[in-house]
Design a binder for this molecule. Structure first.
Ligand SMILES: CC(C)(COP(=O)(O)OP(=O)(O)OC[C@H]1O[C@@H](n2cnc3c(N)ncnc32)[C@H](O)[C@@H]1OP(=O)(O)O)[C@@H](O)C(=O)NCCC(=O)NCCS
Length: 170
């Protein structure tokens, strides 16, 4: 599994396949609204351009058995939080429940702590996103707590569950 899941530098020519996978309500309902539905190729192009032109964003394409399967990134915070990065990821629905996100997160953590001069990685999940919570716990993230009804998604207020991992805990 470690070998079949690869993180590759994000490239503009992935945009078409990226948009095809991302264009899915089942993914979007677990993401921030900045991730649109429908998800058009133009949006993928803009996203990839933005992510590859800023040193605070480290976004990789996730490949599974040689096919584009999703995306993962670390986004550095600023000011007094500048040694913290937020982790975000999604996997295309045809690839769910094969352990891909769990391995991608493991690889992203290793990359982040080795290369980005950060001491903390965190992630926020909607209360309903049990699969994502599982992926984080499997990677030794600690459950920090609940931001009550902090998210407004699809017309409903939802809790956010926050998880973090410190460099010396991995
Ligand atoms: C969350 C997501 C990234 C998981 O990707 P994945 O590659 O399927 O994850 P994995 O296969 O590595 O692990 C999923 C785990 O959740 C479990 N799981 C999945 N659905 C579940 C459910 N409804 N209830 C309980 N557990 C569930 C799986 O059994 C697995 O755990 P296990 O390995 O202990 O059996 C994927 O579903 C996704 O992209 N969702 C939409 C976008 C999203 O949620 N992004 C994260 C935002 S915080």
């Amino acid at each position: 599994m470690e070998k079949t899941v690869q993180l590759k530098t994000m490239e503009l020519f992935y945009a078409k396949d990226f948009a095809k996978l991302a264009n899915n309500k089942a993914i979007q309902k677990n993401m921030r609204d900045v991730f649109p539905f429908p998800y058009k190729e133009k949006y993928a192009i803009d996203f990839i351009k933005k992510m590859t032109s800023s040193s605070n964003n480290n976004v990789f394409a996730i490949f599974y058995k040689g096919k584009l399967a999703g995306a993962i990134g670390l986004h550095r915070m600023d000011d007094i939080n500048r040694f913290t990065a937020e982790l975000g990821y999604w996997i295309g629905e045809p690839f769910w429940n094969k352990g891909i996100a769990s391995v991608a997160v493991k690889k992203m953590i290793q990359y982040g702590f080795q290369n980005l001069d950060i001491n903390r990685i965190f992630a926020s999940t909607l209360e309903t996103n049990i699969a994502s919570q599982r992926v984080l716990l499997k990677n030794n993230f600690i459950f920090e707590g609940i931001s009550r009804k902090s998210a407004y998604k699809d017309g409903v207020f939802l809790d956010e569950h926050r998880f973090s991992l410190l460099e010396n805990e991995r």
